[in-house]
Design a protein around this ligand. Structure first.
Ligand code: CA
Ligand code: CA
Length: 240
């Protein structure tokens, strides 16, 4: 019985969510007196099936309520696109080594709010001429308004092509509701991104990009076993 309980606790330990918090600087946006455009931080975590992104902004997203909040992702498996995104905003993501944005999460908070997943597919000829397909539904979307508001987007790992021990690149953006509005703030850039709404912006190794690593469950399990061996748990169990 002890062994069964022990194995059960190991499985539980392996399925515990990992998470990171990426912090941004404050008040580095060109739009004055509008905290909803000022990104504070984003927490990224995962479960066996999902990735969860919780963006915090420095204002009440319901007043004014025209804020749009987006996430660009390079899954580093597919080439993606180094120009453009699922909403055709002037926002790009260049992860280097020929990798660009493969997925785009776009959300809004007005009229009850909503969110979309768009996926980039390279054209039949490969390399260039691909297109964005969507919109697809997210696994979950919600926002909580307050002096600091949070916007949470949950997507399945399979929808992003991230089912193993993957490392992906990403950035998050605040913007207005206009079709040509760019990245008023970027999570991964501590400096001002643009000086006017339609200015193009590119997330890159130069301006700033964030990464998240999902360990393979078997790897996490082995690491957990290794840690327990290090703590002498196995010895204590054998003697019990
Ligand atoms: Ca900021
Ligand atoms: Ca920033």
């Amino acid at each position: 019985m002890k062994k069964v309980l022990f194995l059960a606790s190991l499985v539980a330990a392996a399925s515990v969510q990992a998470s990171i918090i990426v912090n941004d600087s404050l008040s580095e946006v060109f739009v004055s007196a509008n905290g909803t455009m000022d990104i504070v931080s984003m927490e990224v975590s995962h479960t066996a099936s999902d990735l969860i992104f919780t963006l915090a902004v420095n204002g009440d997203v319901t007043n004014p309520d025209w804020g749009n909040f987006m996430i660009g992702i390079a899954n580093m498996k597919d080439a993606g696109s180094t120009t453009g995104n699922g909403w055709n905003r002037p926002i790009n993501l260049d992860a280097g080594s020929g990798y660009g944005m493969t997925h785009w999460l776009g959300s809004w908070v007005n009229s009850g709010g909503g969110a979309q997943l768009w996926t980039y597919s390279v054209g039949a000829g490969g390399g260039t001429g691909g297109n964005w397909s969507g919109p697809a539904a997210l696994a979950a979307y919600s926002f909580v308004s307050g002096p600091t508001s949070t916007v949470t987007m949950t997507v399945t790992r399979s929808s992003l092509g991230l089912t193993g021990n993957d490392t992906f690149y990403f950035d998050a953006y605040s913007s207005g509701g206009g079709g040509t509005d760019s990245a008023v703030d970027a999570l991964s850039n501590p400096n001002q991104t643009i000086s006017d709404w339609p200015n193009p912006y590119t997330s890159s190794g130069t301006t700033g990009l964030s990464t998240y690593t999902i360990p393979e469950p078997s790897t996490a399990m082995l690491m957990g076993v290794g840690a327990l061996v290090g703590l002498g748990v196995f010895r204590r169990i054998r003697r019990a």
